[in-house]
Design a protein around this ligand. Structure first.
Ligand code: CP3
Length: 366
């Protein structure tokens, strides 16, 4: 073997120049550079819900295993997290889990029903219910520490994104008892029992913080806070009743220095406030063009998004034209991470995703 054939990432750190260590290669990846608003070799791409969903290899390994059970098995988590990286050549992996995993881990009686989502046995409605929310200890999710460790080894120079649900979105599942169109019980508590509401969100902020810390300490290179349903709120209500709890989460993980991403759906009117919560990167859905989203998000933040996931059902030229629109809107932004405006839809053709990654890489190669 000649010197040129050797792997560029030696395994012994002691005799290795700083820039050749695996950690340094991850830090220098297009994804993390974009999060820091540094120049990139190409616009990085990853997809929310890239793990699972539309991949046949995912369905194969999940056969006969419940969603929550699979989240507790490091071997499956590792395999499923790696699948979209292998297949699509995305610029980042997202840890395979679910936003309700930490709640399950502290003993909340819930399940994830196929085609429905998280369902909570006894919805939270009174102060008495708070007693069921104890703090999350790292030992409650030892399988996460194990899987993140294996994954960072296997991923090499590809960064791993850890994630958690934001307090409001978790509260909505707990209070409604399942997915909800109108969030009526959640809002009834927010308006009608503000002290109980604040305490519920603060406890969820602590659980979410603990879950993110486990992932960062095990080696995750970035974290995303999913406040998927925040778009159901008026800006004033978000500012008063939700922003403080999400801010606590971002503040509590700030010192790790890993990029913090904040994302919600239908949050065009909230982008400025979601930025204020303390993220380094703010995700936008497809309803606001990225240049306008960036204006609302404000200076010094990277922007993530925002192709409508339904566009992937159109013929290839139309997908490319819409992706082009996203890239054009992001042209002058330092720090753009290409993503969908929400998760990959279950019936998406996986090849359309692979082609989209290629297209974005080609179009933005510098
Ligand atoms: O992004 C990824 O690929 C990583 C894995 C991931 C899952 N859930 C796996 C999953 C992530 C990041 C999530 C986050 C999540 N979970 C969110 C925030 C993101 C968003 O979509 O807004 C929310 C709101 C949930 C709650 C939840 N869990 C929903 C709405 C569903 C879908 C129900 C359905 O079947 O349509 C789930 C289940 C779930 N989470 C699946 C997967 C792969 C499907 C379960 C299965 O395959 O049986």
């Amino acid at each position: 073997m000649t010197a040129d054939d050797r792997t560029p990432v030696p395994t012994s750190p002691s005799d290795t120049p700083e820039a050749a260590r695996p950690g340094a290669a991850v830090a220098d990846s297009a994804f993390l550079r974009a999060c820091r608003r540094e120049p990139v070799p190409h616009t990085p791409v990853w997809f929310m819900r890239q793990a699972g969903r539309s991949l046949p290899e995912y369905r194969r390994v999940r056969e006969g295993i419940g969603m929550l059970d699979s989240c507790m098995r490091p071997d499956l988590v590792t395999e499923i997290t790696l699948q979209p990286v292998r297949r699509h050549k995305v610029d980042a992996a997202i840890y395979f889990s679910d936003i309700v995993v930490p709640l399950k881990a502290i003993g909340i009686d819930l399940d994830i029903k196929p085609g429905v989502g998280p369902v909570v046995d006894r919805p939270f409605r009174t102060r008495e219910d708070l007693k069921r929310l104890r703090p999350l200890e790292p030992d409650d999710v030892a399988y996460v520490t194990e899987a993140v460790g294996t994954l960072t080894d296997e991923l090499g120079a590809t960064p791993l994104i850890g994630f958690a649900g934001a307090p409001f979105t978790l509260a909505s599942y707990l209070v409604e008892g399942g997915p909800s169109r109108n969030h009526e019980h959640t809002k009834a508590m927010m308006y009608g029992a503000p002290d109980l509401w604040t305490e519920l969100l603060d406890r969820l902020a602590e659980i979410t913080t603990a879950f993110l810390k486990v992932q960062i300490e095990a080696g995750a290179s970035a974290v995303q806070l999913f406040d998927s349903w925040a778009g159901a709120l008026a800006a004033d209500d978000y500012r008063r009743s939700v922003l403080p709890a999400s801010t606590k989460v971002f503040d509590a993980v700030a010192d790790y220095g890993v990029p913090r991403i904040h994302f919600g759906v239908g949050t065009g009117e909230l982008l400025g406030l979601m930025s204020e919560a303390g993220a380094d990167v703010v995700g936008a859905d497809w309803r606001v063009p990225l240049d306008e989203a960036a204006r609302r998000i404000g200076p010094d933040k990277a922007v993530q998004g925002n192709l409508d996931p339904a566009v992937l059902f159109a013929p290839r030229p139309a997908v490319e034209a819409q992706a082009r629109r996203v890239l054009d809107a992001a042209r002058d932004l330092p720090g753009h991470i290409f993503n969908l405006g929400h998760g990959v839809l279950p019936d998406t053709d996986p090849d359309a995703l692979t082609r989209l990654v290629e297209f974005v890489h080609e179009q933005t190669a510098r």
